[in-house]
Write a protein that binds this ligand. Structure first.
Ligand code: PMP
Length: 510
């Protein structure tokens, strides 16, 4: 076993139990609010590409990728080279919002990638370094530009943890938010899914905006994710997105696309809005644009550039290492057509996961776009939700939503439980099974695979591999995930899943 030196100078690998010591110290000293560390008790000491090596000497395939930030995986050579070049040049590392050659190159590369409708008229504001900072900046900008205050946001949205972003995500916050239905097939709030469900969601939004008694005053902006990530990997149908663009444009409401997670090739296009051809007024970007280092920006149409000098300031807006790493990442994704690679590989992985869905009743739905993939775990022993409406003809769901393979809408139901075979659904999906999803996550970890959980009830196993993942690595990820699902499905109790509650007792997932 290799001896590994940590950043604190302690050695691992040779010292048995060193990683347990660190984990124990972590739980004694860090906040109860820690998140990933609870489900993933690993102590990374080395990483390259898809692989992380823990202090215990174990290796893992990392499909969490820094919550989607690492589109080139860990420590990609072009990123390391860009960082070293800045370090060796003697350039200042932190410069507030002063102009530098490093920043100039970053903006040039960023503007080169932007949707054409925005690129020619774009302004960029460097804000605090997290995605949530860019969301706050975007809200502040559209409020200043419109003189209005409220924000339109969607069910299941995730925009960050600061007050405004949290409010837009459905938490307590200080922004007045009107919540609109985000279309989804598997758990369609209207019980229909497919294009019909998306149409009803759009109509609801339209009527709310046009009804003078809807209780929603003319808003300052609408924010949406082109694919909801934390909400459970829900790709917005392209038609629906175009409809939101028309609705907002016709009413002079700035449309804010939150591409913090979907950007830089992740969904099979450089920016996810490109799938629908929509040009937003504002884009909030973070995660991958910093090439694994903290960086966030808000990019917007020049007609919204109403801020007075100093209207949105902050100390850490000039991280030169992040800008250099970001430039290298954006250029590498563009030059190597990694968005195309994500689209092709994502399609292949989804079709492999469909087989898993056919084999195991607890795999309720498989969906995604590009390399943003979700597998929803359900409890097949619990009663299905009533549905009762006709579903779209088989195939039409994936027609409108690339990558969506909803069991009810697209005929992938092995047991025929969801559809009577005549396109009429008898009942809706089974309830989410967060305990099964957590068990699959643990079983994956035991097999050396790191996956993320998401979704409304944390019932969705999420894969966000780097776009550089090889075919062989993708096959290994699929094998390990399939093996983990099979093991949990065969014997849930052995994987820490509590026996189901007797009827009448409410489960938290209900
Ligand atoms: N928006 C989206 C779509 C996100 O997925 C996230 C983070 N997962 C954020 C905003 C917030 O980013 P950060 O955690 O960097 O504040």
């Amino acid at each position: 076993m290799a001896v590994t030196e940590s950043v604190t100078g302690e050695t691992f690998g040779g010292a048995p139990g060193a990683h347990e010591v660190i984990l124990r110290r972590q739980s004694a000293r860090e906040s109860r609010a820690r998140t990933y560390a609870r489900a993933l008790p690993i102590v990374p000491v080395r990483a390259r590409g898809l692989t992380i090596e823990g202090a215990d000497g174990r290796r893992y395939l990392d499909c969490l990728s820094g919550a989607g930030a690492l589109v080139l995986g860990h420590n990609h050579p072009v990123v390391l080279e860009a960082i070293r070049k800045v370090l060796d040049s003697g350039a200042p590392l932190s410069v507030l919002d002063l102009a530098t050659p490093v920043k100039d190159a970053f903006i040039t590369e960023l503007f080169r990638t932007l949707p054409p409708g925005l690129a020619g008229r774009a302004r960029v504001q460097f804000c605090g370094p997290a995605g949530t900072d860019a969301v706050e900046a975007a809200f502040k900008l559209v409020r200043a530009a419109t003189g209005r205050t409220g924000i339109l946001a969607f069910t299941g949205a995730y925009h960050g943890m600061t007050a405004g972003a949290l409010a837009a995500s459905g938490g307590a916050g200080d922004v007045r938010v009107a919540r609109l239905p985000y279309p989804q097939d598997y758990r369609c709030p209207f019980g229909v899914g497919g294009p019909q469900g998306a149409e009803l969601a759009a109509r609801w939004t339209e009527s709310l905006l046009d009804d003078p008694k809807s209780g929603v005053p003319q808003p300052a902006g609408m924010i949406l994710e082109p694919v909801q990530g934390e909400g459970g990997v829900l790709p917005a149908p392209d038609d629906w997105l175009r409809r939101m663009r028309r609705l907002t444009a016709d009413r002079s409401i700035p449309l804010i696309a939150d591409e913090v997670q979907t950007g830089v090739g992740r969904t099979g296009a450089f920016w996810a809005v490109e799938h629908s051809g929509v040009t937003p007024d504002v884009m909030v970007l973070s995660k991958a644009i910093g090439g694994s280092l903290p960086l966030a920006v808000v990019v917007y149409c020049d007609d919204l550039d109403v801020w007075e000098p100093g209207a949105h300031a902050g100390t850490f807006r000039g991280n030169q290492l992040a800008m250099a790493a970001g430039t290298a990442t954006l250029a590498h994704v563009r030059e190597n057509a990694l968005a195309d690679r994500a689209r092709l590989l994502g399609t292949r992985m989804l079709s492999q996961l469909r087989r898993l869905q056919n084999d195991f009743a607890c795999v309720g739905d498989v969906r995604g776009r590009g390399l943003m993939i979700g597998v929803e775990l359900v409890d097949p022993e619990k009663e299905r939700r009533p549905r009762g409406e006709a579903t779209p003809a088989p195939g039409s769901v994936s027609d409108s939503r690339p990558g969506s393979v909803s069991r009810l809408g697209s005929g992938f139901c092995s047991s025929g439980a969801g559809s009577g075979g005549d396109g009429v659904a008898r009942s809706g999906p089974h309830p989410a099974a967060p305990d099964l999803a957590a068990a699959v996550q643990r079983a994956c970890l035991e097999r050396g695979l790191i996956v993320e959980l998401g979704g409304r009830h944390a019932g969705v196993v999420r894969l966000l591999p780097p776009l550089t993942i090889t075919d062989e690595q993708a096959a290994a990820v699929m094998d390990r995930l399939a093996d983990a699902v099979a093991a949990v499905a065969r014997d849930p109790a052995a994987h820490g899943v509590r026996p189901r509650q007797p009827d009448g007792l409410k489960d938290p997932a209900d």
